[in-house]
Design a protein around this ligand. Structure first.
Ligand SMILES: O=C(O)CCC(=O)C(=O)O
Length: 321
């Protein structure tokens, strides 16, 4: 019998124009997809593959960054290669010109046939059809290197109030996979180019999601490898008991991923996404300190040594496939 996996419903969604009419974005603990938010920002014009490929350091030299080689959230972390970004982005730009958004966990024809209140299952056989992340420019803190690009994202118009924010860009071809995990801060996931499928699970689904002992700064990882469910009979049984939410995040959309909501991301097309994480002053005191303390212990080799996403060639934890 075909593996059905968890059951899903659609993430609540609203058009960007409707949001301001309905009083704006307020505190919430469930995900929200805002259609078209990013289209209203300078990033929509300025963040193309070719324009980012033209980035140069102040001294005119090439920009290089650390890429992911294979999944980092599950299994062994491979040595991350450091490469020039420009040829990679130009190649993605060429791929994007010919890209068609088809296939995926919820193919477009099926997605369009489902009502907004439907409960459905995803096509997990899709994950067998490719090898994920041969090279993925993921979690690059681009705005630390190019702070002038920050103004391209009018995140304050979405997220009122003061926050300490930090950002990671994710740029890659079709079929990149970010494995199941949750982050400790809230996150606005802004999709500038391409389409990504995001699956999410609220914190009450944790008993089914096999928390991992592999360490990552800011994230809690799962032992469930959504790319290799066939090799994890026990874990996939447990995963199938979960009830989740699904969002097809298209270019121009912004998805609110609340803190501690498990999620995994699969790209359908060459993509550029910017994840904006933010902490209010109260959240800095409550959560920021704990996370920094763990990082300090990890760096000193006293916490989850050799079992992490940040050091090369760390062996997999005992119970990780
Ligand atoms: O886009 C991706 O591949 C991953 C994004 C993600 O996991 C995040 O923003 O927390």
């Amino acid at each position: 019998m075909t593996y059905q996996g968890p059951s899903f419903q659609f993430v609540e969604e609203i058009q960007w124009e409707e949001l301001s009419k309905s009083g704006g974005f307020g505190p919430r603990t469930s995900p929200l997809l805002i259609k078209g938010a990013v289209r209203a920002w300078p990033a929509w014009d300025n963040w193309s593959f070719d324009k980012l490929a033209d980035l140069k350091r102040k001294d005119g030299s090439e920009v290089s960054a650390t890429f992911q080689d294979g999944l980092v959230e599950q299994g062994v972390t491979r040595e991350p290669p450091r490469l020039a970004i420009s040829p990679y982005l130009r190649q993605l730009g060429r791929q994007a010109e010919n890209s068609v958004s088809r296939g995926g966990l919820l193919p477009v024809e099926r997605l369009e046939s489902l009502g907004r209140d439907a409960t459905f299952h995803l096509d997990w056989s899709h994950m067998q059809s490719f090898e994920p992340n041969k090279l993925y420019l993921a979690q690059w803190n681009i705005l630390d290197e190019f702070p002038e690009l920050r103004k391209d994202f009018a995140i304050r118009s979405l997220w009122p109030g003061w926050r300490w924010t930090w950002e990671f860009v994710f740029m890659g071809p079709a079929n990149t996979v970010t494995g199941l995990h949750y982050d400790f801060p809230n996150n606005w996931f802004c999709q500038v180019r391409g389409t990504k499928e995001v699956i999410l699970f609220p914190p009450d689904q944790s008993p089914h999601l096999c928390r991992s002992s592999k360490y990552d700064w800011g994230a809690t990882l799962s032992d469930i490898n959504i790319s290799r469910l066939g090799e994890q009979p026990d874990k996939r049984e447990s995963f199938a008991k979960a009830r989740g939410l699904y969002a097809c995040v298209e270019a121009g959309d912004a998805l609110f991923i609340p803190r501690q909501n498990w999620h995994a991301v699969v790209s359908r097309e060459p993509s550029i996404s910017l994840a904006v994480f933010g902490l209010t002053p109260a959240e800095i005191i409550l959560n920021g300190g704990r996370s920094e303390f763990k990082q300090l212990l990890h760096r000193a080799g006293l916490y989850r040594k050799n079992n992490c996403t940040c050091h090369k060639m760390t062996p997999a934890a005992k119970n990780v496939v």
